[in-house]
Every structure is written in C-alpha cells, then in structure tokens.
Design a protein. Sequence first.
Length: 306
Amino acid sequence: MSRILVTGGAGFIGSHVAEALIEASHTVAVLDNLSSGKRENVPEAARFYHVDITDKEGLEAFFAEFKPEIVNHHAAQISVNRSVREPCFDAEQNILGTINLLEASARHGIKRFIFASTGGALYGDAPSIPSNEDTPVIPLAPYGIAKASAEHYVRFFSAERIEPVILRYANVYGPRQDPYGEAGVVGIFSLKALSGEGCVIYGTGYQTRDFVYVKDVARANLAAVDGKPGTYNIGTGIETSINKLFSEFKRLEGSLKVSHDAARAGEVLRSVLDVSRAGNDLCWQPQVNLSDGIRQTYAWFKERIG
Ligand SMILES: NC(=O)c1ccc[n+]([C@@H]2O[C@H](COP(=O)([O-])OP(=O)(O)OC[C@H]3O[C@@H](n4cnc5c(N)ncnc54)[C@H](O)[C@@H]3O)[C@@H](O)[C@H]2O)c1
C-alpha cells in the first residue's frame, strides 16, 4: 500500500478518487486551496492540507511532512471560459502549478505521477470518432493548451525516474459535481429538473458527448496506481446526444419541459473517446451505464437540494 497525495481532493472528481484509494487501503493526503472544492468533500480518513499548488514553500513543507510516494494531481482551474478571459491565470494554475508539483516530486523521490487531463478539450473537433490517444491534439482554448503543455511536463519528468500516468477524461458526471457552472450539463439538468424550470438545449441537441460516471473514473485512478505507465483515455466509448441525455431525465421527471436556444458558437459537435487502451493496459472498463449513473446523480441532488 502506498502513501498518496491527491491534489484537488476537496473537489468533485478528486474527492471520489481519494475515497477509492482509501477503500483500497492506501494512505491518502488531500491538498487543496478550497477555491472551488469543499472541506466536507474530503474523506474523514484523509489528512487535509489547505495549500495552493502555486505556493512553492507550502508544497515543500507538505512533501517534507507527509512524504508521499505517489502524486495524483487533480487540482486545476477547470473553467474553459475563464481560460479564454484570463489565459495567464489559467497557465499559472494549470501549467506552473503542475511544474511546482513535479519539481517537489523530483526532490522527494516520488515514484509515480498520475495526472488528470482531458480528452474533449485536447482533441477538439476530432477528425476520427471515437478518438484514440493518437488523435492529433488541437486544443481550441487556453484550458486545453495548458493541459496539453502540462502533459508534456509530466512526461518530461520521467527523466527524474517519475513514472507518468496521464488520464484523459471524457465528460465526467456524478454526485458532488457543480450544478452552477457553465459546463457540466448533467448537473445543470439535475438542477433544472428539481426546480421545475425545464431544460434548455442549445442547437439541435444532436451534438454528442461521452458521459462517464465519476466512480468509474475513480476506479481508473486506482488502476493507475500500479498499472502500466502511459497516456489513457477514460470514458465509455459511447456517443450520447444531448437529446438522449434529456430523455433520461424525462424518464425520472415525467413533467420535465425542454426549450431550445441558439447553438453556442464554437461548440464541438461530436465527442467520444476510444477507451480500448485503458482496457488492455490498465484492465479498466467503465461499469456504470448512463441510466443508472443519471439516476444515482439525480437522487444525490434531490437529497441535498430537492
Ligand atoms: N469534470 C470533468 O468532466 C473533467 C473532464 C476532464 C478533466 N477534468 C480534470 O479533472 C480535475 C478535477 O476536476 P473537477 O471537475 O473535479 O473540478 P473541481 O473544481 O471540483 O476540482 C478542482 C479542485 O482543485 C482545487 N484547486 C483549484 N486550484 C487550486 C490550486 N491552485 N491549489 C490547490 N487546489 C486547487 C479546487 O479547490 C477543487 O477542489 C481537473 O484537473 C480537471 O481539469 C475534469
């Protein structure tokens, strides 16, 4: 069993990752600046450090005290819109923050660095659908540019004998996701369904995404602890339209209404990941189908907000 640092472990995905690692008997520390994460998301069995990844001294003190063997890096600025408005801020958090962690990892002899990257924002309007890991990286916004750059740094630090595992997520959904943000359609639809307001679909609704349940993503992170180093897509391989997603919510709330608005400029029309490499090399496969995942997510929101 390993001592594992989960950065961003007070956030949506990181908190599920921390939980899965603890369940598998690893010793976990969560490091988070609570900018979007919440203290109550951190599992009780994890040690919590209120530290910012841009604070080099804070990181150094953390590494000296906790002595992690593996770093699992989920802390990030996650808003694509903000990255367009404030590209310097995005790069400070997502590129320089990652380099700070890699430097500290090298100084402290970390064995492995697991990095939460993105499929959709890297492949953009991909020429090949489903997109595998060899699809050209053509990010459409600074968020994707920074993630692509951070991936290169993670691989570069393998020269320091740090094994790189890069997980490129599809659209992750599930309990604890932020329903108030600009993205994350499952959270937004959940909130609209609960308030009785009705959902808005931009454009035809035939645009597609690959929706992967957060507990499946957490299991992929567990597989990444001792699986083969490399770069892996983590999704379902199933292309789901926004109309189909809406119909899943409609099954749960029969009276739910929908209205259409103009398509959003620059929106990618089709996005789905080929996840066969993770299947072969990490022995990982998604297990939760969309209907079950939506039901569990909606039940979670209902309990808290409804
Ligand atoms: N949600 C998705 O569908 C998705 C898709 C692809 C990739 N990702 C990546 O997964 C990771 C987690 O995303 P999420 O959806 O859980 O977002 P989130 O906002 O819930 O989690 C991010 C966490 O990082 C923390 N954080 C932010 N800046 C920090 C800093 N400077 N120092 C320390 N902590 C900081 C936040 O407080 C938060 O707890 C991110 O790296 C994101 O880019 C998410």
